[in-house]
Design a protein around this ligand. Structure first.
Ligand code: FE2
Length: 240
């Protein structure tokens, strides 16, 4: 055996597992989520107020426990070519702090699809990454936080989440849910478990949303996700 390889392996094994408070970039990114869920407005909605409280209380408890950071492989998708533009735009608007904090970890993100069978057109225009959850990078079974990125002029087909309550916060770009309104950076949408939702994004700019999922540990570990295009129904794994 090569002694150098022995030494490298021994060094790797000796590396202590990192925890949240030793990795400022992840700590400050979660701090941005906590600020949004603590100080933003619920717009007078009791349901949104209680969701916001659930997210921030759970997140505060997780941060206090100083959870481990799980090393995940960096993964990109075609849509991540739009991330720089989304962050540049985000840094000029109401979500400046979140955009700057996300830029700090942009090379450590694992962008995924989450569906067993991805519609081809969507594979070029959409991906999500988790920043906190059962599979890391900040590990917790009690809450999932992440981001979803859309190319300009994307339709994210109708879907729902079993046993998961979901909020989206607009970071950059304009989007609409269920053709109900146009949302700008700083806006929050609440989707209760099972609520069907379909997203469209503006024609010229990419759209970046932060999201939070609350639910019991079992549902967060294996979220049932239904993509429900017209006339066909597909079952997926875990995507916002
Ligand atoms: Fe969703």
């Amino acid at each position: 055996m090569d002694e150098r390889i022995d030494a490298q392996e021994a060094e790797a094994e000796a590396l202590p597992l990192q925890h949240l408070k030793e990795v400022p970039a992840w700590l400050y990114l979660l701090g941005e989520f906590e600020t949004l869920y603590r100080y933003g407005s619920a717009g007078g909605s009791g349901l949104i107020r209680s969701h916001r409280k659930r997210v921030r209380d759970t997140l505060s408890a997780i941060v206090a426990e100083n959870p481990p950071i799980v090393a995940r492989e960096e993964m990109r998708k075609p849509v991540t070519a739009y991330l720089s533009r989304a962050l540049d735009t985000g840094e000029r608007g109401a979500m400046q702090g979140m955009s700057q904090a996300l830029r700090e970890v942009r090379n450590d993100l694992t962008w995924e699809y989450g569906y067993d069978r991805m519609p081809k057109a969507l594979a070029r225009k959409y991906a999500y990454c988790e920043v906190l959850g059962p599979s890391g990078p900040v590990q917790s079974g009690k809450l999932i936080l992440g981001f979803v990125l859309f190319a300009p002029a994307t339709t994210y087909p109708q879907h729902s989440h079993r046993g998961i309550e979901e909020s989206y916060i607009s970071v950059s770009g304009a989007w609409s849910e269920n053709d109900a309104a146009v949302y700008a950076p700083g806006s929050m949408i609440l989707n209760k478990p099972g609520d069907e939702h379909r997203i469209t994004t503006g024609e010229r700019e990419p759209c970046l949303l932060a999201y939070a999922w609350t639910g019991n540990a079992e549902n967060l570990a294996a979220p049932g996700m239904k993509l429900t295009p017209p006339r066909r129904r597909r079952t997926g794994n875990a995507a916002p």
